[in-house]
Design a protein around this ligand. Structure first.
Ligand SMILES: Cc1ncc(COP(=O)(O)O)c(C=O)c1O
Length: 483
């Protein structure tokens, strides 16, 4: 392979991007507020951060991870809300190995496979009656799934003769993926700001965030739903779809919508011929105590996107699950989906996803995750986390199932945030990691820049004793960071 020089305005012709020392150093220098770059560039990985060191993970079992020094961590965030079934479940790699021995890969333009066919049927059934007769497009993760859904809604509208419709409306403070199309419909300011000149933007509407509700929580379900209707009307017949996370994920930290909001949004979308895309990359596959989170509100989207929990991290996997209406429009229209990736429906990932789904069903993990159930793991988790509200720096604890957010404030009465430079959530994350507890710290929940929160999303196999230990350590880590 030759060398790629980022910054020389050349596109890289290689599958992997190799950065030369000078190019790498230029990128690092361009991180504006970086005063100290450490550790020295001993790693060949282009890292997510050059300001912190990453322990090297070597083993996982249940809710625990071990690093190369033998230190044990309780995975209280399921990595990034990925793992629902626990680490080291032997039957998953066994299924993957069986599949790899039999057939490792074929291209989906030439073959289908028994494992993909069986898995698609099982997933449609898992998604419920609304998806009977529909179709599944498998990807390698959430961002690819979002890209697929964006193109699918456009193609659907063209197939049904609505050629003017191409805009995908979305919500502020949302995240739908890292690719440019997904960033265009995301509202996560930090993750997209510098790329904005490169993306085509459509309207963003507000989303319910009860702790800091723009409408003072008075009739807010209707008010926020009305924002969707206004945006559709302003699009003047060009709105193709509305994309949303049923429970806000990383950006807001598990903000659960008020009753009536999604139901009204669904009615509005249907009335205006706008497709609904429920991005359940984080919330799907049991994470919130339902197969898919939209079920909490009886909402039936046209398209569901799933990823993280699909294979629980055992393989890179995402899926776009479309209703019969969407599939039929293409099948009986042009007859060809104008989209594809080399690795869609990769047989080894299919085997992993199938085995994970069987495991989730057999061990009743969706029921375990249900925080509204009696004596469930989800209920234990919600109760234990609720105790954090007594801490001086904790403003809000919110969430559902096995997906919870803890928002920090410098002053409880006024809800004043910590200064973003303080990186309070990051400090809590570091203090917790020292104590052997892994969390998912984030910033920007208030306006994209200020506001600190944590995402808590452990595997549903966590025990009450482990929850109690984790919350004790988290509480101590918050005190450490406050000190
Ligand atoms: C709701 C949501 N959509 C999409 C994505 C992107 O998924 P991936 O990181 O697998 O590309 C994420 C990732 O965190 C997510 O939370």
């Amino acid at each position: 392979m030759g060398e790629c020089n980022i910054g020389a305005e050349k596109t890289c012709p290689h599958a992997a991007i190799i950065l030369t020392g000078p190019a790498l150093r230029r990128i690092i220098r361009s991180v504006k507020d970086s005063t100290v770059v450490h550790p020295p560039l001993t790693s060949a990985i282009l890292r997510r951060s050059y300001r912190k060191t990453f322990p090297s993970a070597v083993r996982g079992e249940g809710v625990y991870l071990w690093d190369a020094d033998g230190k044990r961590y309780l995975d209280f965030s399921g990595s990034a809300a990925v793992n629902l079934i626990g680490h080291g479940v032997a039957e998953i790699p066994a299924a993957m190995v069986d599949q790899a021995r039999q057939l490792e890969f074929v291209h989906s333009s030439q073959f289908t496979t028994p494992v993909a066919e069986a898995y698609a049927q099982e997933l449609l059934a898992f998604a419920g009656d609304n998806f009977r007769g529909g179709g599944v497009f498998f990807t390698c993760g959430g961002s690819e799934a979002t890209e697929t859904a964006l193109k699918l809604v456009r193609q659907y509208q063209v197939e049904v003769g609505q050629t003017a419709r191409y805009q995908v409306l979305s919500r502020t403070q949302s995240y739908h993926g890292a690719t440019l199309g997904a960033l265009a419909v995301s509202g996560n300011k930090r993750r997209r700001e510098i790329y904005l000149p490169m993306v085509r933007e459509f309207a963003h509407v507000g989303l319910p965030y009860c702790y800091r509700c723009a409408y003072g929580c008075k009739d807010c379900a209707r008010q926020y739903a009305a924002e969707v209707e206004r945006a559709i009307e302003l699009a003047r017949g060009e709105a193709a779809a509305f994309i949303f996370e049923p429970v806000s994920g990383a950006t807001l930290g598990a903000a659960v919508p008020p009753e009536g909001y999604l139901e009204q949004v669904a009615e509005i979308c249907q009335h205006h011929g706008v497709l609904m895309i429920a991005d359940e990359v984080m919330t799907g596959m049991g994470r919130t105590g339902r197969n898919f989170a939209v079920e909490h509100w009886g909402v039936t989207p046209d398209i569901l996107i799933a990823a993280k929990g699909l294979a629980s991290g055992y393989a890179p996997l995402g899926a776009v699950i479309a209703t019969k209406k969407v599939v039929d429009a293409i099948a009986s229209g042009s007859g060809a989906l104008l989209h594809g990736f080399t690795y869609n429906a990769h047989p080894i990932a299919m085997a992993a996803g199938r085995a994970v789904l069987a495991h989730v069903k057999r061990d009743k993990l969706v029921q375990a995750a249900d925080s509204r159930g009696d004596g469930t793991t989800g209920a234990d988790l919600g109760r234990a986390l609720g105790r954090l509200r007594d801490l001086k720096s904790v403003g809000d604890v919110r969430g559902i199932g096995m997906l919870w957010g803890v928002e920090f404030v410098a002053d409880k009465a006024s809800k004043r945030t910590f200064s973003p430079e303080l990186n309070f959530a990051g400090r809590v994350g570091q203090a917790a990691a020292k104590r052997g507890l892994m969390l998912y710290p984030m910033q920007g929940c208030v306006d994209g820049v200020s506001g600190d929160h944590l995402l808590i999303a452990p595997p549903a196999v966590i025990t009450a004793k482990q929850i109690a230990w984790a919350v004790g350590q988290l509480s101590a880590a918050i005190e450490d960071a406050s000190g």
